[in-house]
Design a protein around this ligand. Structure first.
Ligand code: ADP
Length: 202
């Protein structure tokens, strides 16, 4: 199974991934917890480049993201799924559509096509979009995405929400207690046949 967490920075993705990983390991699942950009040696180098202050055009940024994703799919995600692990990724293709599409103004149909080339068509079984009104912090860290500011973050957030309707992502209200959110995520996974707590490993 392949689970993805999405949402703008600070909505609580890593918090929920850590909790979910712990809960699934407890239930006896083998879990691979990973992230984008990154997740592989090459991907982490690319992540550092993307977070640098080098000037970079939208296509270069996009192609670097997709180079990282392609390596991630081939070296981590597909092998993990094939070994029977639950693979959990902090970000995947939805980030490309929201950031490079809605955030940077890239053409969505072209983004979808080139993304599919990078992923070989691999799709998550479920994408959780954490949406958190209060995550619009007054200060943004100084990296390529966060320094672009609040207007950019708003476009990305709205893009995520708009896309979620057609893509079938599960939108999670992130403005609640961490444990309440975790419970809702586990409940969704239960409905998908994962986390059969009583039955144990499936
Ligand atoms: P992301 O991975 O999406 O950037 P994090 O999981 O790192 O977000 O969370 C950002 C900050 O918000 C952290 O300090 C975290 O402890 C806090 N946080 C996460 N979830 C919640 C929540 N539901 N309510 C309040 N604070 C939260």
């Amino acid at each position: 199974m392949f689970i993805v967490f999405e949402g703008i920075d600070g909505v609580g993705k890593s918090t929920q991934i850590e909790l979910l990983t712990g809960a699934l390991v407890e239930l006896g699942y083998d879990v691979v917890s990973t992230r984008e950009p990154g997740g592989t040696e090459v991907g982490e180098e690319i992540r550092a480049l993307l977070k640098s202050d080098y000037s970079m055009g939208i296509r270069s940024e996009l192609l670097l993201m997709l180079a990282s994703r392609s390596q991630h799919v081939d070296a981590v995600i597909r092998p993990g799924i094939e070994r029977g692990c639950v693979v959990i990724s902090d970000r995947f293709e939805a980030s490309t559509f929201a950031y490079q599409g809605y955030g940077r103004g890239g053409d969505l149909s072209r983004l979808r096509a080139i993304n599919e080339f990078a992923t070989g068509g691999l799709k998550p079984d479920v994408t959780f979009l954490i949406d958190r009104e209060s995550s619009f912090r007054a200060t943004f860290d100084e990296d390529r995405f966060e320094s672009a500011g609040i207007e950019f973050a708003k476009r990305v957030r709205e893009g995520y929400l708009e896309l979620s309707r057609e893509e079938g992502w599960v939108v999670i209200d992130g403005d609640r207690e961490i444990n309440t959110i975790q419970g809702e995520i586990l409940e969704h996974l239960r409905l998908l046949g994962l986390t059969n707590i009583k039955e144990g490993k499936s």
